[in-house]
Design a protein around this ligand. Structure first.
Ligand code: PMT
Length: 401
């Protein structure tokens, strides 16, 4: 099956007996890594409760067009913009007629009209209603407009009739929806990325840090999400907006970075260490702001844990990718770090040119090979880096291709 990882699915439920199956459908979407927002018509609420759908989707359920509270948070236009796909299941004959004629008299029909993402319907109705010429004419109109029609199935109906009109089963709808998307090269993988600087406290108002902006790590995180990975981004203090569709964790110090990374890496496939983690921290943190009393102050530093080495030394470790920020003999020093830290792949770059810059050039170093990537903007080079990682993973696990 193609992947629904990171996809945003707006599930529109209209008033048919098959509405109860949408509880299972919402659960399957979430299990497949999709985000699900549910919009229910008034009639749908007679068959299944919004609370059930809220519990299974993990998100609030949208019911009314003229709901001041909903419009303040996610109104019909935001919902339409949010969705990567709208699936209307079950789609009644009445709702299909509404779609065919571009009516917008409730929340769901209004969202559909405002939405530029793909739209699909899963019809469910009595076999005679399905065969009716009006319904068939409406179906022709919506298929002309590139709305996908999944089903219906043929068989026993709730009303006692036998024939076409049953809504497809949730598993079948899940597959049909997935088939509408391209599958990314990292679909189904969990990737943990750390980025940004750390801050090592000297006293309550001062710290030791560096110039890392987080741009490289955030670019990698965004591109990995676009390739279908489930991403956890563990970030030191930066001033970038948190990317969407991933789990983000904020940390300050190297010790916090270590704990957050160890926790996130318990079940991950790939770890990418981009963070510029301070190698040393003050031995003691002054409880009060240090006063300007003498001409010289000595700060004694102790070594911080090496986060990437700790993860690399674990049993069942993920595929380990590191960076090396160097100022001289960049590839040579990078290769030494690859070996010393027991990494699978390392991107060595020029620290002076790369910190806080929008562009980057790296040497990608592996045990038996080396190649240059870039120069280019960090998003473009991130795509090249991820391609290399995906290629390497498929070489390591040829059976899983
Ligand atoms: O954030 P930007 O402004 O976009 O800049 C990007 C970058 C320059 C920070 C990035 O390209 C980069 O080179 N990151 C690695 C920075 C670094 O600390 O390099 P290093 O050579 O000191 O460390 C080697 C590896 O060990 C790195 O993967 C680093 O994350 C890791 N490390 C280092 C120290 C430490 N205590 N724990 C670690 O895990």
């Amino acid at each position: 099956m193609k992947s629904l990882s990171n996809k945003r699915i707006l599930l529109g439920i209209t008033g048919g007996i098959a509405a109860y199956k949408c509880a299972e459908l919402a659960r399957l979407f979430v299990k497949a890594g999709a985000e699900v927002s549910v919009v229910m018509t008034r009639a749908a609420q007679e068959f299944v409760t919004p609370l059930t759908l809220q519990a299974l989707s993990g998100r609030r359920v949208y019911l009314d067009l003229l709901d001041a509270e909903a419009e303040g948070a996610m109104g019909h236009i935001e919902l339409a913009r949010w969705a990567d796909l709208v699936l209307i299941a079950p789609a009644t004959a009445d709702f299909i007629a509404k779609l065919a004629h571009g009516q917008a008299d409730d929340l769901l029909s209004t969202v559909v009209l405002a939405c530029s993402a793909p739209i699909a319907v899963a019809p469910a109705m009595n076999q005679a209603m399905w065969a009716d010429l009006g319904t068939q004419a409406n179906l022709s109109l919506i298929t002309e407009r590139k709305i996908s029609v999944f089903g219906p199935g043929i068989g026993d109906q709730a009303c006692g009739d036998v024939g076409p009109g049953r809504m497809l089963e949730p598993e079948q709808l899940l597959h049909s929806c997935a088939d509408l998307f391209e599958t990314g090269s990292l679909a189904g993988l969990k990737i943990v990325i750390n980025g940004g600087p750390t801050r090592e406290a000297i006293d309550p108002v001062r710290f030791i840090s560096n110039h890392s902006s987080g741009k490289m790590a955030y670019a990698l995180a965004n591109e990995a999400v676009a390739e279908g990975a489930r991403v956890t981004l563990i970030s030191g203090p930066v001033s970038l907006p948190v990317p969407e569709r991933l789990q983000s964790v904020d940390v300050e110090s190297a010790e916090e970075m270590l704990q957050a990374c160890l926790l996130a890496c318990t079940d991950c496939d790939v770890f990418i260490g981009v963070a510029a983690i301070a190698d040393y921290r003050p031995d003691e943190v002054a409880a009060e702001k240090i006063k300007k009393l003498s001409d010289q102050v000595q700060i004694s530093l102790v070594k911080n844990p090496d986060v990437i080495s700790e993860i690399a030394s674990q049993e069942n470790r993920p595929f380990m990718v590191g960076f090396a920020a160097e100022t001289t003999a960049i590839a040579e020093h990078g290769r030494q770090k690859l070996v010393k830290k027991k990494l699978d792949l390392l991107f060595a770059n020029n620290a002076v040119e790369t910190f806080n810059s929008d562009s980057i050039a790296v040497t990608a170093i592996q045990a038996n090979s080396q190649q240059d990537l870039g120069p280019g903007n960090k998003s473009a080079v991130a795509r090249q880096m991820l391609r290399l990682i995906a290629d390497q993973l498929s070489k390591n696990n040829p059976a899983e291709e």
